[in-house]
Design a protein around this ligand. Structure first.
Ligand SMILES: [Zn+2]
Length: 325
């Protein structure tokens, strides 16, 4: 709450499709409305990026089919919802917000599901894909994830072609999880502003730190850097989260910082089976209902209402509008 009026929050990374397909495969309906809408409302989330994230057991062979099944389940679920809507551009996003609905932007986290084919990438765009994360933790045909130990390969030839296609198709490039050499490979080719949907800064040791040079490069592209609620290294609570936000503000400039908390309270069982170690959640920032605490803490640290609104919502919206339209 700022000045008595609630700040709308855009969450740059919420793994909701993974939850939706799980429960729909069990025969349930309206998973978003029943399981997620109340929490999103309580947290003040007006829009979010929901990624296609293909579980490791499907990669690489069955990733394309799994990706399509995830999108199908998610779109089916949204078709049963009156309060949550898929949006494909900035004007649809703000129109949904003004009607009190939650706007969803379809993104992805790991590109295995396009099977190295630009035509399939374009088809996913027709299905609504508007943000594109190249990698999750591991290496794929495009780029290296940060958990991949040997990152000397960097962005591949196919990866460069994908960057050019994303620019042509006006899909927002997401550099979360990407290893440094691949990051700089994308930055050499990309012509539009880029996003890191959920990352951390170097202010504390944590998983997936970006260097200050990377933060500045995102800012120089005109893009936006979302801070995620990682529980690892020295980053284990709300205070650490806000320190990452403030460091990004200092290095990149306030117009290039956003919130991408990556809550996964509903995915613990899935993540236990994956090569991922950021469990459990940050103390004081366990799920989306706690986002108000971030707003309060930013206010306590002296940010104005307008500045908080930039971080919570407006910065992403500016980038989304510029890249996607
Ligand atoms: Zn992630």
């Amino acid at each position: 709450m700022v000045g008595g009026k609630r700040t709308g929050i855009i969450d740059l990374h919420a793994d909701l499709p993974a939850d939706v397909i799980k429960y729909r495969d069990l025969g349930e309906h309206s998973v978003m409305e029943r399981r997620h809408l109340p929490k999103l409302r309580k947290g003040g989330v007006t829009a979010l990026i929901a990624p296609i994230w293909v579980e490791s057991r499907f990669k690489p062979r069955n990733a394309m089919k799994r990706g399509l099944r995830i999108v199908d389940a998610f779109l089916e679920d949204l078709s049963e919802s009156t309060n949550i809507v898929l949006v494909k551009d900035a004007s649809a996003l703000t129109a949904a917000e003004s009607k009190g609905k939650v706007a969803i932007v379809l993104g992805c986290e790991g590109a295995e599901f396009i099977d190295g084919d630009l035509g399939i990438l374009r088809l996913y765009r027709r299905l609504g894909l508007r943000a594109f994360g190249f990698v999750w933790n591991e290496r794929n045909a495009l780029a290296d994830g940060m958990y991949h130990k040997d990152d000397d390969r960097g962005l591949t030839k196919l990866g460069r072609q994908v960057v050019e296609e994303l620019d042509d198709q006006r899909i927002l490039i997401d550099l979360a999880h990407i290893a440094p050499k691949s990051f700089w490979g994308v930055m050499e080719v990309a012509k539009r502003p880029v996003m890191v949907s959920h990352g951390a800064t170097s202010v504390r040791t944590s998983l997936r730190n970006s260097t200050d040079d990377q933060l500045r490069a995102v800012a120089q592209s005109g893009g936006v850097f979302g801070i995620f609620a990682v529980n690892a290294g020295e980053s284990r609570d709300l205070k650490a989260y806000v320190e990452h936000v403030m460091h990004a503000v200092k290095v990149a400039g306030i117009e290039h910082v956003a919130l991408g908390p990556d809550f996964y309270d509903y995915l613990f069982d899935e993540l236990k089976n994956e090569d991922d170690d950021h469990l459990p959640a940050m103390v004081g920032l366990e799920d989306t209902t706690k986002l108000d605490a971030v707003i309060s803490e930013l206010s306590r640290r002296g940010l104005s209402e307008g500045e908080i609104r930039m971080i919570a919502r407006d910065n992403f919206l500016r980038v989304f509008k510029k890249v996607v339209g």
